[in-house]
Design a protein around this ligand. Structure first.
Ligand code: AMP
Length: 220
């Protein structure tokens, strides 16, 4: 069983890289941000509690985040392991996590802030199926429409210049110390996230001695 944490600023490709790794190695991809977005979209009680914070790019309170992570991991649908993305984001969350779970490694996607700004402000999301687009690197064939389901492409509520500035500040103030904590335990492998997604995925595999990634589609 393999248990990984993937860390990096918004727009560093955490979600994409976690999904590639998870699909191929039968790991469960757990994105705390996706859990919150699901609750907001489906108007649950939890969604009402976090809606404003998520839209503003502000961090949700630790108690709530920890209970979401605990409940999610208690489902035990991760026989071969998991990749958790978007958590832990501060020291307290990291300590909570290390008390309850042993982890095999932390994948740190390193991306300079000006590249983050360039990428995040070009990011679009399908409002129907959730597919990710980027007006720089992955444009849809028809402007404003999802290639897969034809749904309307929208900007994430927290991908605005103000929200991004707040998230970058939070990341450096609160999440950089988490990396330091993990580094002291020698878990962290830093990967340069400026490259294209296949190169980044291969670098992750090499650093963790995992089977190489085969980007060709499976026949049939
Ligand atoms: P993400 O998709 O990881 O950028 O998360 C989207 C939003 O969900 C964040 O801006 C926060 O409002 C909330 N969120 C996700 N993970 C956490 C966390 N570990 N701690 C606090 N808030 C979080």
């Amino acid at each position: 069983m393999r248990k990984y944490v993937i860390m990096g600023v918004q727009g560093s490709g955490k979600g994409t890289q976690a999904a590639l790794l998870a699909n191929d190695l039968d790991l469960t991809h757990i994105s705390v941000g996706d859990v919150f977005r699901w609750h907001v979209k489906n108007h649950t009680k939890l969604g009402a509690q976090v809606r404003r914070l998520v839209a503003a790019g502000e961090l949700v309170g630790d108690d709530l985040v920890e209970s979401v992570v605990r409940d999610r991991l208690q489902l035990h649908d991760w026989n071969f392991g998991f990749v958790i993305d978007g958590f832990p984001r501060n020291r307290r969350q990291a300590e909570f996590f290390l008390e309850s779970y042993d982890i095999d490694g932390v994948i740190h996607l390193d991306l300079p802030d000006d590249e983050v700004r360039r990428r995040v402000l070009a990011r679009r999301l399908c409002s129907r199926c959730g597919m990710d687009y980027n007006l720089i690197a992955h444009r849809p064939e028809v402007e404003g429409r999802c290639d897969v389901c034809g749904g309307e492409l929208v900007t994430r509520a927290d991908d605005t210049p103000d929200a991004l500035a707040r998230r970058l500040r939070d990341y450096h103030e609160k999440t950089d110390p988490v990396l330091e904590l993990f580094r002291r335990k020698e878990y962290v492998m830093t990967v340069d996230a400026r490259a294209d997604k296949v190169t980044v995925q291969q670098a992750i595999r090499t650093r963790f001695n995992l089977p190489p990634y085969d980007p060709s589609p499976t026949p049939g």
